[in-house]
Design a protein around this ligand. Structure first.
Ligand code: RFL
Ligand code: PHB
Length: 389
């Protein structure tokens, strides 16, 4: 089989890239290790920047997002000294859109099907060959059958545990990593959200987040030790801990409901450099991870897709390699700013083991300054709604 761009990974990065390329007449095959149901069963991000919304529009897959997504003009931040709201619309002129990653992925798969585009599910043992030559190819297996895909370029969109990043020789790669001494216990609940906007709570007992998917589905998180397992937390224990970390009026409004998903995610900051080797280009979680506090994971994946899509379009339209040659530098420039914001906001909102009185006073002072200072809030809002591409 042959195509112009072999896309490894059928998560949001790979699917969005495939759909955008299709719009330019560039043909791409997506190789996904899992089944479609498995990919759609993962509950992950929920907040979309305008940049991602724009790319969904450009890909022709934004109809449901516009009908069902909710625009959020601000967010509430709670801290031991009180609570305050950051008004995105007033400070930046832009909202964010709450629409689940699962729905983004579903819309992209539906559009792929409608256009008759090729996706290989259950693609195992993917190996990328000759990425540093002019004729790369990918080998893989579906069931017992060995297959080969020849291509001009390979897009490594296979997430943090994929093969693409490790295809770049270790001697040419630099990796930067920070792990955090806690995780997020997340619950998806069939209950109306506790508020109209997201609430980030940096409580004495640890961080909590109130988010949502729609009017009937709430998404909540509490900071927990990395040693905890989801089965250690009964639903009652989760709701009690969440209430405990929220201000009394919010806790009083909380409506609980059946828990339809419960999982624990570790927090990590990670970047690999460069994001290109020859004709292999990394996108999304394959190249970088952020802790979820700033809601940047899916959105940084989208900004990579934006740069790579435009670079490939330029190349196929006129043979112009400038976009491809500057891809890694451009993508990393934006990534590091999102890494900084996610690291800063995570550090500010969580309780770290071993924090002493001075550390806690510094944290309170920083939150108090953010609560009262417009310049600081504007900087927060600009980062949260998304820096320009
Ligand atoms: P994905 O979504 O991981 O998709 C990669 C796809 O590649 C497939 N794959 C392979 N396919 C073929 N061959 C191989 N060898 C392969 N290895 C892997 C995988 O099956 C998968 O389908 O990466 P992508 O597309 O770059 O998208 C990135 C986003 O998914 C990610 O940044 C966010 O979801 C991060 N994230 C969150 N971000 C937020 O903004 N808010 C959140 O609340 C949030 N929660 C999360 C998250 C990430 C999590 N992970 C990765 C464990 C919660 C979790 C649990
Ligand atoms: C979510 O709704 O899952 C969500 C929202 C905001 C975040 C992280 C996760 O910062």
């Amino acid at each position: 089989m042959r195509c112009q761009v072999a896309i490894i990974g059928g998560g949001p990065s790979g699917l969005l890239l495939g759909q955008l390329l299709h719009g330019q007449g560039i043909d791409a095959v997506v190789l996904e290790r899992r089944s479609r149901d498995y990919v759609l069963g993962r509950i992950r991000a929920g907040v979309l920047e305008q940049g991602l919304v724009g790319l969904m529009e450009e890909a022709g897959v934004a109809e449901r997002l516009h009908a069902e997504g909710h625009k959020h003009n601000g967010t509430v931040i709670v801290h031991p000294g009180g609570s305050f709201r950051v008004d995105f619309r007033e400070l930046t002129g832009r909202p964010v859109v709450v629409y689940g990653q699962t729905e983004v992925t579903r819309d992209l798969y539906d559009a792929r099907d409608a256009a008759g585009l090729m996706t290989e599910f259950g693609a195992e043992d993917v190996v990328i060959h000759g990425a540093d030559t002019d004729a790369p190819h990918v080998t893989y297996r579906v069931g017992d059958e060995a297959r080969r895909l020849d291509c001009d370029f390979v897009a490594g969109c296979d997430g943090f545990h994929g093969v693409s990043r490790r295809t770049i020789p270790a001697a040419l790669r630099r990796e930067f990593e920070k792990t955090y001494p806690f995780g997020w216990l997340g619950v998806l609940s069939e209950s109306p959200p506790v508020g109209d906007e997201l609430i980030y709570a940096g409580a004495e007992g640890g961080f909590a987040l109130c988010s949502m998917r729609n009017d009937r589905l709430s998404r909540y998180y509490v900071q927990c030790p990395l040693t905890d397992r989801p089965e250690d937390w009964s639903d009652e224990a989760f709701w009690a801990e969440l209430r405990h970390r929220l201000p009394a009026d919010v806790a009083g409004r909380l409506v609980t409901g059946p828990v339809i998903e419960k999982s624990i995610a570790p927090l990590r900051s990670f970047v690999t450099e460069p994001m290109q080797w020859g004709r292999l280009f990394l996108c999304g979680d394959a190249a970088h991870i952020v802790p979820p506090t700033g809601a940047k994971g899916l959105n940084t994946a989208a900004s990579d897709v934006n740069y790579l899509y435009r670079a490939l379009t330029g190349y196929y339209a006129s043979g112009d390699r400038a976009g491809l040659d500057s891809y890694s530098q451009k993508a990393l420039g934006r990534i590091w700013k999102a890494e900084r914001f996610s690291w800063w906001f995570s550090s500010l909102m969580h309780r770290f083991p071993g924090q002493d009185g001075f550390d806690l006073r510094m944290r309170e002072a920083e939150l108090a300054f953010l609560a009262e200072n417009e310049a600081q809030q504007r900087a927060f809002a600009e980062n949260y709604v998304g820096l320009p591409y």
